[in-house]
Design a protein around this ligand. Structure first.
Ligand code: 3PG
Length: 305
């Protein structure tokens, strides 16, 4: 079978090597499309492939109809909001993700960004410490759980809310469970977002919610830009000079946010899963899932059933 690795943001070289070894070892052919700048490149690359491995690459109805032989697409990563699932079903293509494979990398970045933020972006003036601060984790999935694990090392006071994870599971991992989002924002000095972008969560981080935070509140986003109501967050940051917003996903209104000097930071390009380890974990998991699909019809990680 012909497998296309289509990554506008390429994997580390070692990950590509590992993916190729897995697939070529099972007699599949691997082709690579990296750093493409135009959708037309993707449309011609997909024309004759049976399977694809992608990252945040946008796979819409036009891509599905151009990919006449496509049977499976694996998103090497967690979030699959970049794939048009209705179009995948209409075109009879299995869509899978690789849950958990890059979650440690994202969790580590949370703390890299947080220390940077609470030390005043290394401006030389006295900052503060994470120890003893109340950390709120919004969504207790693979990334949220890793954030909790690392936060324990910083001796933070950790709270979490997840609409789909029972309180007893959260409590069992040594984290205080709260009843809803509002309670989390009200209680915590720092709230770390780990919710996917869905119709329920889009723009859900809004003026009223963030305004519940205590003085000096920090929102850190390593999830998706779509969950932020940017207009309302900008309004709140104008009304409250103590609120900080730190993000790994550049907002649409980046220029507006950049006016909040010392209170806003965005990485230039999403960096959460950009480690050699995360790329290899997610990429090789994707390759193995494709191998299993063609060998035995295995669809354990299917997300478009
Ligand atoms: C994910 O959903 O797995 C992360 O957001 C990483 O995305 P990326 O592969 O585009 O870096």
């Amino acid at each position: 079978m012909k497998v296309l690795i289509a990554t506008e943001k390429p994997f580390a070289e070692a990950a590509v090597k590992g993916i190729k070894e897995e697939l070529e070892g099972a007699k599949h052919e691997v082709v690579l499309l990296e750093k493409y700048t135009d959708k037309s490149q993707l449309l011609s690359a997909v024309a004759d492939v049976d399977a694809m491995i992608i990252r945040s690459d946008k796979i819409d109805a036009e891509v599905f109809s151009a990919a006449k032989s496509l049977k499976i697409i694996v998103r090497a990563g967690a979030g699959y909001d970049n794939i048009d699932l209705a179009a995948s079903i209409a075109n009879n293509v299995v869509v899978e993700n690789t849950p958990g494979q890059n979650s440690n990398a994202v969790a580590e970045l949370v703390f890299g960004l947080l220390v940077f933020a609470i030390r005043g972006f290394y401006n030389g003036k006295p900052g503060t410490e994470l120890k003893g601060k109340k950390l709120g984790i919004l969504a207790f999935g693979n990334v949220g759980r890793n954030v909790a694990r690392v936060a324990k090392g910083f001796e933070m006071d950790i709270y979490a809310y997840d609409a789909f994870c029972p309180a007893n599971v959260i409590e069992a991992s040594g984290v205080h469970a709260v009843n809803n989002e509002k309670e989390l924002f009200k209680k915590c000095d720092i709230v770390s977002l780990h919710i996917p972008a869905t119709s329920e969560t889009k723009k859900s981080i809004n003026y009223n919610l963030v305004n519940m935070m205590p003085k000096g509140g920090i929102v850190i986003n390593t999830a998706r830009k779509e969950v932020i109501n940017e207009e309302e967050l900008i309004r709140l940051m104008n009304d409250r000079a103590d609120i900080k917003y730190i993000t790994d996903i550049k907002p649409d209104a980046d220029e507006e946010f950049a006016k909040f000097e010392g209170r806003y930071f965005s990485t230039p390009k999403k960096m959460g899963a950009q480690t050699a380890e995360a790329n290899s974990n997610a990429g090789i998991a994707a390759a193995r899932q494709i191998k299993a699909f063609f060998a035995t019809g295995d669809t354990k990680f299917q997300v478009n059933k």
